[in-house]
Design a protein around this ligand. Sequence first.
Ligand code: THU
Length: 135
Amino acid sequence: MTDMELMALAHKAREQAYCPYSGFAVGAALLDADGNVWTGCNIENAAYGPTNCAERTAFFKAVSEGVRKFDRIAITGGPADQAPKAGTAPCGVCRQVMAEFCTPDFVVLLADEQGGVKSLTLAELFPFGFGPTSL
Ligand code: THU
């Protein structure tokens, strides 16, 4: 699975976004250590607070099926009626969830301006975080 293939699955997952309140649609594709892909979209709620981000949807689908080892995630987002916006990055809560299940070298792929991907590590996105080893 190439980075571009994983991003294509994130774009596909974005089509399922339920975002009537923000109008901002996000898709994620999470590659686990066995090579399986777990996709997710954001799921909003009239009470706003229960909204779940695309990344956490993907993680929670995987973890709820017994999968806890991950390799990479591709994320894409933007106004629902438009092409994805380059550089849409995971929110702080999603970074915290990544830190629970992933090592600092976990790779986060963002869509770039040229239709490709920008690759970052969890360590770059979430330095000095509080994680399982902090307790
Ligand atoms: N959103 C995500 O799905 N992932 C992120 O990391 C950032 C934000 C969603 C939440 C909400 O439905 C919409 O984008 C606007 O914030």
